[in-house]
Design a binder for this molecule. Structure first.
Ligand SMILES: Cc1cc2nc3c(=O)[nH]c(=O)nc-3n(C[C@H](O)[C@H](O)[C@H](O)COP(=O)(O)O)c2cc1C
Length: 255
């Protein structure tokens, strides 16, 4: 079975979309070596003739996109327009799934975007098999980047202890605690992706779209997400340099 994963985030490989694609690929290929071939391709900003050829050869296509202003990124819209023309002129008989992730915590906010993909399928004549919306995509991706270093830190601490001739119980218990915290936040998303993977592998349609999220109460999410956004803006120089920088707008002419 040939499965094509399309990454529709402008952030490409460093995107949350690509991270979710890798997890889904892991679940899809788990225990099915050789039976399922998954290729990951990025949707380019302009014309995509290579991807069109891949579309024609694929049994299943899964598109991964971020939610931008309750819709899909603009380059994905133009890609879908090209794909629509291509699939009308060439035989395309793939099953189409979509996985959208958004910054806010509610995965259901992706519903409108998933409906747009369904409309694309109806217009193009390919088989819409359902979608998944992941809330807190940015948070889940951030945790996946940071936590391996936290785990490594306590493993190194434990190993140093062993070299010094004692078993560092504090490092071990901290490591177990951090793994627990990580799994607590992420289990629901992993579980939902595993459900989608099972449906894809068994050639089934999702009866309803699946909505998932980072497993954290919205109020706590909002508090930390606000701090995260402010710090991100500060580190990118957008707040400090824009607010405190010199105003370069030319002064209006005096009449
Ligand atoms: C231009 C822009 C518009 C966005 N609009 C929304 C939105 O309407 N709702 C939302 O929850 N998140 C929104 N986000 C946040 C992204 O969906 C979120 O950061 C996502 O995890 C990015 O995924 P990626 O890394 O795959 O690009 C927006 C982000 C950008 C840059």
């Amino acid at each position: 079975m040939n499965i094509l994963f399309l990454i529709g985030s402008p952030r490409k490989k460093s995107s949350a979309s690509c991270y979710f694609a890798r997890i889904l690929k892991f679940f899809l290929t788990l225990g099915r070596f050789g039976k399922i071939k998954v290729e990951i391709a990025e949707i380019p900003p302009k014309a995509a003739p290579d991807i069109m050829t891949k579309l024609a050869a694929a049994d299943k296509v899964v598109i991964f996109t971020p939610l931008y202003c309750d819709g899909m990124p603009s380059h994905v819209i133009s890609f879908l327009q090209q794909a629509e023309i291509f699939c009308r002129q060439n035989p395309c008989s793939f099953d189409f799934y979509a996985v959208c992730n958004n910054g806010f915590i509610e995965g259901r906010q992706n519903e409108a975007c998933l409906n747009q993909y369904q409309c694309f399928c109806q217009k193009t004549g390919v088989n819409w098999c359902g979608g998944m919306g992941i809330g807190g995509g940015e948070m889940l991706h951030f945790l996946a980047k940071v936590y391996p270093f936290v785990f490594l830190f306590f493993i190194v601490l434990f190993v140093i202890g062993l070299f010094k001739g004692y078993s560092d119980k504090f490092a071990l218990s901290q490591l177990a605690e951090e793994i627990g915290v990580y799994l607590f936040f992420t289990w629901y998303c992993y579980f939902s992706l595993a459900r989608v993977a099972a449906k894809i592998a068994n050639g089934k349609t999702l009866k309803k779209n699946i909505y998932s999220r980072a497993f954290v109460p919205a109020i706590i999410f909002m508090f930390f997400a606000s701090i995260f956004m402010c710090l991100g803006s500060l580190l990118n120089g957008r707040i400090i340099f824009t607010l405190l920088g010199k105003d370069k707008t030319p002064a209006p002419k005096q009449i």
